[in-house]
Design a protein. Structure first.
Lengths: 435, 356
């Protein structure tokens, strides 16, 4: 067996509930300490790079040129032995390199050929992202035991297939590979790309200036090459009489996983959390338990990090943690909200306030937009999320920080609005000056 | 309530693989087919049932895999009873703390009963280890010395010194010193010898009105203020420092100066030995008697001791259970006309106290 990274699970919570209390909250921190590469063989990996070559990519022409250069750098960043392909997407999907399936292993020769093929790309046609993903999925088919990662770049809306068509593809691809999505320019739709990234457990971001694509693609590919295990599951066991209320990733970004549950064992469900390298992520788990007598202590949830079994490997439990509940009549104990639970609850609300505020602004409901964005300004400040604070200040003027009064700015750059929307779910781990 | 404790509960056996109930003579588990061979690793295992839902799925961490309930740890709730109702005690974690740092030890000696209650000092490391070491060491030392014919007060001083050494030995350094209180009683015909360090207490509950009294004086800030005349008892008790103890067993304790006293007792009555988890709620001996009489309709010495200790613990839990609570009860019958086990310390003077 190849050596895997070491995983740890840490649970942060206030286990005390008041008399009659039924909601248990905990922050579950999962950390993986690399280690896979040291001496051992690198994990089997497959990478598919998808770039939009629809007609709009040539307005201006520098957009396609930047996308080609970025894809070339990504190919150069692949380590030897990784299976890869490059797809050009428009009304349908075409293999740029290799000429046909299957994926090829990266080496000096194949990387060079891919670069040459990329340089010949021309823009033309429409946008049907579902068809691009479907081809990627077929290519990954033979590699389901290893790390599967895709990069998707688009500059427009998914106009040449129906939302139902896209949804069907997302359902099919979910769990089959991880896909990081990037929107270049400002003519794409944030909600649409977020939906794709979210379904495929990847990140979403805006690259407003095509010149920034190269650095971004390089960073994404490096991160993908750092993954050591794929398809990790967060398994949540709950007592017979309890129910999971929600499971959310809250760090590095807010992502509701509640609906992703797959029943795994009696009283236990698996939440897919994708591929892992050396990194750490936090999850907010909320369980509803039936109230019990003062003094009673319960395991409200048993968290297990699980690597599902395959044909030649048994299921592995990588780490475990307990979420507890204990009822007390001491209000000093039960009313103390765990600071990390509060911190991440605030940031989840922050993402929601921004998205609702921007949607209202778009719809011309300026009162709601002002109120929601004012709330967002206050939450971002409380959380110490400086990146979001500075993005918010490009969309609103803060009239009075004390009362949280804001005014919508006029003549806002569209890229600034889209950046705020896209990055609204990005969280910070601690407040300013802490830890 | 009789002496056959521990056997009332039938031992249930289960499959080592799936924990389904199995019966003697079965060669295979009916649920999963596991071979049941008492002479190999696949012998049936003793089943533990969840105290909440009775499922047999208790995992290694002590949680029920069905309802999640944390099963009582060994020390969360302890009941001890000597044969023939000679003495009994109950120690309980209470409702506020996640573990029981009190310890209880009761043992018979040839002239009566020895009881030790210790309360781990919460601000010290591993207080539960301190109280356990102190209680076990003290009761063993008492019984050995008393059975050898040593007088009760000498036996008491030796026992407390040894308990102090045992607790001090747990310390990694003087800054990392587990510590605890201790109260010990030797009940002999006609006399009760008490020894203590800290604020755990002993009481005499007399059947006759007015005869009840506390047998110990706390080593606490409140008691010291009252003794100096600086504060009234009510003022001292209301002070935040009231329960700060001024003496304890532990490597960080100054010279341990146990109080040792012998009280002549005229039965019938009962000796109650307890930690502050009880007396915080019931400081006066008459209150203890009232709780026992109200619940059982009998005078203290007539309530079976395990029941009596259980009633007092229950009272503390019902009142809030803010601390670990430990209570031992030794009934003292009407002074017997003919006692054929002559007691080594039957001629001790009425009340003595000799620090050190
Ligand atoms: Zn079985
Ligand atoms: Zn249970």
């Amino acid at each position: 067996m190849s050596d895997q990274p070491q995983f740890t699970v840490k649970v942060d919570q206030n286990k005390y509930l008041p008399v009659g209390g039924r909601e248990v909250h905990a922050i579950v921190s999962v950390e993986s300490s690399g280690g896979a590469r040291a001496g051992g063989a690198a994990a089997e990996a497959a990478e598919v790079i998808i770039i939009d070559t629809s007609g709009s990519m040539s307005y201006p022409d520098s957009k396609l040129q930047a996308a080609i250069e970025a894809a070339q750098v990504a190919v150069d960043t692949l380590r030897d032995g990784v299976h890869f392909a490059v797809i050009a997407g428009s009304n349908d999907a075409k293999l740029v390199y290799p000429g046909g399936p299957p994926l090829v292993r990266a080496d000096a020769a194949t990387r060079r050929k891919a670069r040459v093929a990329l340089a010949r790309l021309q823009a033309g046609g429409g946008t049907a992202i579902g068809s691009w993903l479907r081809l990627a999925d077929e290519l990954f088919d033979a590699h389901q035991d290893g790390i599967r990662h895709a990069i998707l770049l688009t500059d427009g809306m998914n106009q040449h297939e129906t939302p139902d068509q896209l949804d069907a593809v997302l359902q099919r691809c979910s769990g089959r590979f991880v896909c990081d999505c990037r929107g270049v320019g400002t003519n794409w739709e944030v909600a649409e790309l977020r939906k794709i990234a979210s379904a495929l457990l990847g990140s979403v971001d805006i690259v407003a200036d095509p010149a920034d694509l190269v650095a971004d693609f390089q960073a994404m590919t490096e991160a993908a090459m750092g993954k050591a295990v794929a398809d990790v599951m967060l398994r949540v066991w709950t007592p017979k009489t309890a129910a999971v209320k929600f499971v959310k990733q809250v760090m590095p970004s807010v992502e509701d996983l509640t609906g992703r549950r797959v029943e795994a064992a009696p009283q236990a469900g698996d939440y897919p959390i994708g591929a892992w390298g050396a990194e750490s992520r936090d999850y907010h788990v909320c369980v509803e338990v039936p109230p019990a007598a003062v003094g009673t202590e319960l395991r409200a949830a048993w968290i297990k990090l699980v690597l599902p079994g395959t044909a030649d490997r048994a299921e592995q439990v990588l780490a475990t943690g307990n979420v507890l509940a204990q009822w007390t009549d001491d209000e000093a104990q039960s009313t103390k909200i765990n600071p990390r639970v509060a911190h991440y609850t605030g940031q989840a609300e922050l993402a929601q306030a921004i998205q609702e505020g921007l949607a209202a602004r778009e719809a011309g409901d300026l009162d709601t937009a002002t109120a929601r964005l004012a709330r967002a300004v206050r939450l971002a400040d409380e959380a110490g999320n400086d990146a979001i604070t500075s993005m918010l200040r490009k969309v609103v003027d803060v009239v009075d920080p004390a009362t949280g009064t804001v005014r919508l700015r006029k003549n806002v750059d569209k890229a600034d609005v889209m950046s705020l929307d896209t990055r609204s779910t990005k969280t910070v781990r601690t407040r300013r000056g802490e830890g | 309530m009789t002496g056959d404790r521990g056997t009332a509960e039938a031992v249930e056996l289960g499959c080592p693989a799936c924990r389904e109930v199995v019966y003697p003579g079965e060669e295979f588990c009916e649920a999963c087919g596991q071979r049941l061979d008492p002479h190999s690793g696949s012998a049936p295992v003793r089943l533990r049932r969840c105290t909440g839902c009775a499922a047999t799925t208790i995992d290694a961490d002590g949680y029920c895999e069905h309802c999640g309930l944390r099963q009582p740890a060994d020390r969360d709730h302890v009941e001890v009873e000597l044969p023939d109702g000679a003495a009994a005690g109950v120690s309980d974690r209470g409702l506020r703390y996640s573990r029981n740092e009190d310890a209880l030890a009761i043992a018979p000696w040839r002239g009566g009963v020895a009881v030790v209650v210790c309360d781990g000092v919460g601000s010290s490391p591993r207080p539960e280890d301190a109280s356990e070491a102190a209680a076990e060491t003290a009761v063993a030392s008492l019984v050995a010395a008393l059975d050898d014919g040593t007088d009760a007060e000498s036996a008491m001083r030796t026992a407390i010194a040894r308990a102090g050494d045992a607790v001090a030995a747990l310390a990694g350094s003087p800054n990392e010193a587990p510590s605890c209180t201790l109260v010990a009683t030797v009940v002999a015909p006609g006399a009760v010898t008490v020894g203590w360090v800290g604020d755990s207490r002993a009481y005499w509950l007399a059947a006759s009105a007015g005869g009840s009294r506390r047998l110990t004086d706390d080593d606490s800030w409140a008691a010291a203020m009252v003794a100096e005349g600086a504060l009234t008892e009510a003022e001292a008790e209301a002070h935040p420092n009231a329960h700060v103890i001024t003496a304890w067993l532990g490597a960080d304790a100054e010279d341990i100066a146990p109080h040792v006293r012998t009280h002549p007792v005229e039965g019938p009555g009962a000796v109650v030995v307890c930690s502050d988890g009880l007396w915080n709620y019931l400081p006066e001996p008459e209150q203890l008697t009232d709780v026992l009489t109200a619940a059982s309709g009998a005078p203290p010495q007539a309530v079976p001791p395990l029941e009596a200790a259980g009633l007092l613990v229950r009272h503390a839990l019902d009142a809030g259970g803010r601390d670990n609570v430990t209570v031992a009860v030794v009934p003292v019958p009407q002074a017997p006309a003919a006692q054929d086990a002559p007691c080594a310390n039957s001629s001790v003077p009425p009340t003595t106290e000799q620090p050190r």
